[in-house]
Structures are given as C-alpha cells and as structure tokens.
Write a new protein. Structure first.
Length: 377
C-alpha cells in the first residue's frame, strides 16, 4: 500500500508579509483606541467638574482607603491595566494627586493577582494538583502583598515612590512630574479632534465616562486576544521549552510576553496549570511571575507615549513599585524565600482542607479590604 508522506508546505513569503502587516495594523489600531479612550475619559472628568473631583479626592485622601479601593476595583474587573489607565486619567484631569494615586497603584498590583488564584480553584477535584495550583496562584499574591507591606509605610511617611517619580520626571524627562491641564491630550493636538467632536456632540460627562470605560476595556481585550494568538501562548509545551530554562530567562520572558499582551493577569494565569501538572516547578514559575509584574507596567508607559506629565509620573511609580519588589524578592538571600514559603504553606493547608482556598480568596480580596475601608472612614 502506497503511503504518501505528509509534507507541510511553508506559507509563501508574500502571505507571511500580509500577516505581519495585518498584525502591525491591529497593534496601531488598538493603541489609538486605547489612547483615545483615555483622552475621552479625561474630557468626561473635566466636564463633570469640581463635584466629582472633590468626591474622588475625599475618597482617596486616606492612603489606606486608596490602597483598598485599588485592590477592590482591580479584583472586580480583573485588570490592573484598566485601573492604572483610569488612574492616569484621574491624575491628568486634576481630579487626583500623584500622592493619592500611588496607594491605588499598589492596591491594583495586589488586586490583579485574584485571577491566578481563581484559576487555581479549577483544580479542586484533584488534591495534589490543587495544592500545587494554589501555591502557584498565591505566590503572585504574596509577592505583591509583601512589596506593599515594605513600600506603603515608606510612601505614607516619606513619599518615597512619588518623590522618586518626581525626581526622575524632572531630571530625565525635563518635565514637572504632574501638571494638570485643561488642554491635556494623550493623542496630541493634531489627533485630538475626534475627542473634541464627540465631547461637543454628547456633552454629558456621565455618558462620556461610560463610553470611555467601554472603549478602554475593549482596547485591552483586543490586544490580549490578538497578541496571545500571535505568540501561541496557549501551548504549554512551548512555554516549558522556551521560557523556563533558568531564572533569568524565565524573568525575561515573563517581562516580554506581559509587555506585549499588556496583562500580567493572562501570563501569570497560564503558569498555574503548568505548576499544577508538574510541567514546571514553582521556583521556575516564580521568576516568570516577577518578570510579568515588571512587564505589566508597559501600559502606563504607553499612556505616556506623547510625554504626558501625569502619565509619566504614574508610569514611573508603577514601575518603581514592581522593580523595587523584584530587587527585594528575586535574588536577595533569605528575602526571596519568604513568598515561596507562604505560597507553599497555604498549598499544604489546602491539601488538608480544600475550603482553605475559597476562604483565602474571600478574605484577602473582599472581606478584609471592605472591612478596612469601613474602619478607616
């Protein structure tokens, strides 16, 4: 019997160029929609006037409240990119100070880890896999919580992050750190006419704010879907082969893939099943997760593409928070073991009682933040 060998013919060069140009066009469109949505949000906040600004300032005047607002909002919408982008808009419109924004950014970093923890709960029917999955999911939580425990008191008492961001903005970008302006446009004056046109036509701040939030989420989801598909991140074998050979390579790949997708939620959640199935070890996943934490700051830097003072300030504070956390918990002796031990500890507890995973999720992301917001009033 004749058996014809299965030979896969590579796509022609012209076809590959078409795919490349199409993906480049998608990227540009997604970026423009992202910046457009932020400009629209800023215009809506300016239209809503001093009343809304006063409400926001009052809500975030207590740094503890700001921290837990950032945590809760991000936990509910499962996107620190969206929370950070909205914070950029609030600072740019003058509705929020940089000092008031820093705790929100810290809270957003903690809140974004909820997705990987939720993913770990999908292994609840298999005890040992569930233990490993919970350890992988909560490692990201503990890293951000520990970083906040170190940096929040320093920011609260000495304004370490906001002060450093101001210093870098002035000395390296040659711009005042935060300078709210009624003419603030991320797209620049030449491309801001669609925002001005829609603002004039609609004229209602609440409708404009709602539209901007929908467009913001749409652009972030568009980036995730397009670039995740392009990079083939759905393949666990590719992740194992290329991303986890050593800690520094894992860190680098975590940074690059998250910067491309603009979501640490996606990349860190992909790691949880790999640890659960023993494809990779928790320590290999840990380096990748820390890289993802730094990579996710690209969203704020993209918002500062057109040298927005407010966006630069937020981008810097977001980056500094994650970068200092990595310096502390990536390769520092003794300190780097703390998040691993906490994650493995909660994993062992779930082995004894699987309800521990659910209780941790409810307490860490909802009950404790709600209670502390209430008590801090």
């Amino acid at each position: 019997m004749d058996v014809t060998p299965d030979v896969t013919t590579p796509p022609p060069v012209n076809f590959r160029w078409k795919i490349f140009l199409r993906n480049a066009a998608y990227f540009v469109v997604g970026l423009l929609i992202f910046l457009f949505s932020l400009d629209l949000m800023i215009s809506s906040l300016q239209q809503l006037g001093a009343g809304v600004s006063d409400t926001i300032l009052l809500a975030t005047s207590n740094p503890f409240t700001g921290l837990f607002i950032g945590l809760l909002v991000t936990a509910l919408i499962q996107s620190s990119s969206a929370t950070t982008s909205m914070t950029v808009a609030l600072v740019a419109s003058g509705s929020l100070s940089l000092q008031g924004a820093v705790p929100i950014i810290m809270g957003a970093n903690i809140g974004t880890t909820i997705t990987s923890t939720i993913v770990s709960l999908s292994f609840i029917n298999h005890k040992k896999e569930f233990r490993r999955a919970v350890a992988a999911g909560t490692y990201h939580d503990f890293f951000n919580i520990l970083t906040a425990l170190v940096l929040f008191p320093l920011e609260y008492n000495f304004h370490i992050l906001s002060g450093l961001a101001e210093f870098i903005a002035i000395n390296f970008f040659h711009e005042p750190a935060v300078q709210a302006s009624q003419n603030f446009k991320l797209l620049g004056p030449s491309l801001s006419w669609p925002v001005n046109f829609i603002t004039e036509k609609i004229g209602n701040g609440y409708v404009l704010a709602s539209l901007s939030i929908v467009l913001l989420f749409g652009s972030i989801l568009f980036f995730r879907k397009t670039i995740t598909s392009l990079m083939g991140l759905g393949s666990q074998e590719k992740l194992q082969r290329f991303f986890f050979k050593n800690p520094f390579k894992s860190f680098g790949w975590g940074l690059l893939t998250t910067a491309a997708i603009r979501s640490s939620t996606v990349t860190t959640s992909l790691v949880v099943p790999l640890v659960a199935k023993k494809i990779i070890k928790l320590r290999q996943a840990g380096a990748f997760i820390l890289g993802a934490n730094v990579g996710t700051t690209i969203t704020a830097f993209m918002a500062s593409t057109f040298n927005s003072n407010a966006a630069i300030s937020i981008a810097l504070t977001h980056f500094l928070f994650n970068f200092i956390g990595v310096l502390l918990f990536f390769r520092t002796p003794y300190l780097k073991e703390i998040p691993f031990k906490l994650a493995l500890g909660i994993g062992k507890l779930t082995l004894r009682n699987r309800l521990v995973g659910f209780l941790y999720l409810l307490l860490a992301f909802f009950l404790i933040p709600f209670s502390l917001i209430y008590l801090s009033q």
